[in-house]
Write a protein that binds this ligand. Sequence first.
Ligand SMILES: C[S@@+](CC[C@H](N)C(=O)[O-])C[C@H]1O[C@@H](n2cnc3c(N)ncnc32)[C@H](O)[C@@H]1O
Length: 377
Amino acid sequence: MGRALFFMHARRSPRRMKRGKIFRVEFSRRGAETRSCGGMVMNDAKALLAAKRAKKDEFYTQRVDIENELKHYKSHFKGMTVLCNCDDPRQSEFFKFFVENFERLGLRKLIATCYRSQDVDLFSQGDCERAICQVYEGDKNGNMILDDNEIGVRELKGNGDFRSEECIDILKDSDIVVTNPPFSLFREYIEQLAKYKKKFLIIGNVNSLTYKEVFPLIKGNELWLGASIHSGDRKFGVPADYPLNATSCGVDENGQRFIRVKGVRWFTNLDYPQRHEKLPLYKKYSPEEFPKYDNYDAIEVAKTSDMPYDYDGVMGVPITFMDKYNPEQFELIGCSDNGAVADQYKLPHFKRHNEPYINGKKMYKRIFIRRRKEEGK
Ligand SMILES: C[S@@+](CC[C@H](N)C(=O)[O-])C[C@H]1O[C@@H](n2cnc3c(N)ncnc32)[C@H](O)[C@@H]1O
């Protein structure tokens, strides 16, 4: 497939065009085609699970979701080098967002690396291009145009795998990683960020909260959910050959086909004010309404909004409690997955089950929490 030189404005609206940068970069035709095809609306986390099983990792994040989240973290980016390491700069909205907002955020450097597989079956766009690394250091001549000489492009030696030595070297030189990483490699991805002590803002699925690689970071206040997505589903572009076996699917007004995925969340270690807001509690505790588990020394709180304001012990809450979690208000005790709870909270008849039980009936997986002492005074 040939390549063409595209001149394009970052955004279509006239207001945006005025302040947005003009992109003058090489886009592969293949990339352009990919953006205008392939997609469906999937309505639950099964979609991501299916993707994981099929090793289909090509979900393209929409600009609106990036903008809605990034607006909460402006102060964190000043003077920073941002890395988007699962992002083909020729199509990533992350890369385009940071180019367009480079000066506004006061960035030092922007780096994007992309993954290119030779295997067409594994990755839909396996077009045998080598992986590339693009570096942008701002609008040097103030013309608000992304000139050729302002963007550094080099081929990577390998295929751009975020775990490769050369990509880890780039990671080490970066301050904040912002991307939507491959769902099938989410555990390894998080582990690597933690290992190299990087700041990050990445997209994942809410169920990943209880992974054994993730929950300890949450418990240690080294990772939390982001500011903008707490419910509903989100749209992602997908390639043309993506299997259309979803419960519902759609094509947008531009003819672009999309998958809609529930359970999407931002995972971050960048602080923002809203996560320190108190969750208002209004219900009084009663043993009838909040029964104790058979196998945990804790009460069942089926809905976070119903949490009692006057119960001092441990409570089991849905994992979506993490959308409301304020570390000054609550202490995280553990989680029912992977046995991630200290033995002192397991009752003598705990057996080998991790799932909470009430009167012999299995409940959903739970996060165990306790109100901090100051609370309710
Ligand atoms: C969920 S998509 C998101 C793409 C882009 N970050 C975005 O948000 O639009 C994940 C991307 O990671 C890439 N990828 C898959 N395996 C990878 C790996 N081992 N290292 C780096 N990137 C990988 C895929 O090709 C895919 O484009």
